[in-house]
Design a protein around this ligand. Structure first.
Ligand code: NZQ
Length: 389
């Protein structure tokens, strides 16, 4: 295991009645709140009205930024920073899925700079402070409610880029699994894949001796495999929704990556898909992951991939580790298909001509000549994986 530091300061308020604590949590930090949300899902489930009532009853002044879309845009963040500055906001409350939380994080950091918030994303501007923010999560997928990362798209430059800072790690996250009952089967499937992908990005490493992390990771993966299909069939199954919600946080809050050297190959490749065609992030991950694992499979990686098969998909051990690893990838592919996701770039509207553009952008956007993940991937390798997918 490599050296690591681990400190998750986000207070988790998990369960059915935690909204009762909202006003007290906010008042620790401020009284003038910017409420950030998406289109109409929080209104449909009645959550918006409940929050506004709590604000009124507790003399919390609030301003709003609505209309955050999936693969959230920098323009909306700019709008949010302006509202925050014009109205002396002292707290940002994100209510929604990862796109909303990610936008709120950049608004919180953008408040303290005169530069364009996109400069923060491209690392031209260093984050030295941020407004405190909290989140009320309504979709289990990204884990953004308990981590310090954010992913923002810029339509002008055609980029979708990740950035992060400890300053924007949420102070608290209210996580009521009932809020996710209304998530449709498509987004439930995509969210489940996102949780699994975060876990696999951390799991598929070599020679780090992080045995415990990998057993934690297998537990998260098994949780998704057990409860993803149940949540798709029975959208109001509390046990399924609560297990997925909790798995979502632990897949990406630093626990399973601690002591490992991880470089997120599939996410880097996926961000080019959603930057170019605005597809749902989890769907892009589902398409790429089996293709990526097949491409990585060799004598060096077969032990890890076959272990994944034995421990996650209960595949029977044979004399051939390579064959077992192939079965593991097949089991993963079958599971992803069973969630109702098309595992083909072509079916998602990508053409042959798109592939070299995305392969080039994938490295250019990281300012790197290769991705040093489970297997080193150069531009040609990334292109080959896109072709396989
Ligand atoms: O706009 P609304 O009406 O809110 O609808 C949303 C949206 O259409 C809907 N939704 C959310 N909660 C709902 C609901 N519908 C019904 N009932 C509810 N309770 O779901 C749709 C998708 O929402 P979005 O926030 O985009 O989904 P998700 O949480 O998957 O976030 C995806 C974004 O997060 C980034 C992705 O790249 C993508 O941009 N990621 C962020 C990460 C992070 N910060 O650590 C890591 C992730 O891997 C990922 O890259």
């Amino acid at each position: 295991m490599y050296d690591f530091s681990f400190n998750i300061s986000t207070k988790i308020l998990f369960g059915k009645n935690q909204l009762d604590n909202l006003a007290d949590e906010i008042k620790k930090y401020g009284q003038r709140v910017l409420l950030v949300y998406g289109r109409n899902s929080i209104k449909k489930i009645g959550l918006y009205d409940e929050i506004v009532k709590i604000f009124e009853e507790n003399s919390i002044t609030h301003f709003e930024l609505s209309g955050v879309v999936p693969n959230p845009r920098i323009d909306k963040v700019r709008e949010g920073v302006k509202i925050a500055k014009d109205n002396d906001i002292d707290f940002v409350l994100a209510v929604g899925g990862g796109s909303v939380v990610d936008s709120a994080k950049l608004i919180a950091a953008g408040f303290y700079t005169d530069s364009d918030p996109w400069d923060i994303v491209i690392k031209k501007e260093k984050v030295t402070n941020a407004l405190p923010l909290g989140s009320i999560l309504t979709l289990a997928a990204t884990g953004s409610e308990m981590n310090a990362g954010s992913v923002i798209s810029n339509e002008e430059t055609g980029q979708k880029l990740g950035w992060g800072s400890e300053y924007v790690r949420p102070k608290f996250a209210i996580m009521n699994p009932e809020y996710t009952y209304s998530v449709d089967s498509y987004h439930t499937a995509a969210g489940t894949v996102d949780i699994m992908s975060h876990t696999m990005e951390n799991y598929f490493t070599l020679n780090d001796g992080a045995y415990l992390n990998d057993r934690f990771a297998e537990g998260i993966l098994k949780t998704c495999i057990k409860y993803g299909p149940i949540a798709i069939k029975e959208s109001d199954n509390y046990e399924a929704r609560s297990n997925l919600m909790w798995a979502n946080s632990w897949a990406i809050n630093g626990l399973i990556s601690a002591g490992k050297s991880t470089e997120w190959s599939v996410h880097a490749m996926e961000h080019e898909l959603s930057a170019l065609r605005d597809i749902t992030h989890g769907v892009g991950l589902a398409i790429l992951t089996p293709a990526w694992l097949e491409y990585c499979l060799d004598d060096e990686t077969s032990e890890k991939i076959s272990t994944f098969g034995y421990n996650v998909f209960d595949i029977e051990k044979t004399d051939s580790q390579i064959d077992d690893a192939k079965k593991a990838i097949e089991a993963l592919r079958n599971f992803l298909e069973s969630l109702g996701i098309n595992l083909s770039l072509k079916e998602e509207g990508f053409s042959e001509e798109d592939l070299p553009i995305m392969a080039k952008n994938c490295l250019d956007n990281k300012n790197k000549s290769q991705i040093d993940g489970f297997k080193v991937l150069k531009e040609e390798d990334i292109l080959n994986i896109y072709k396989k997918a």
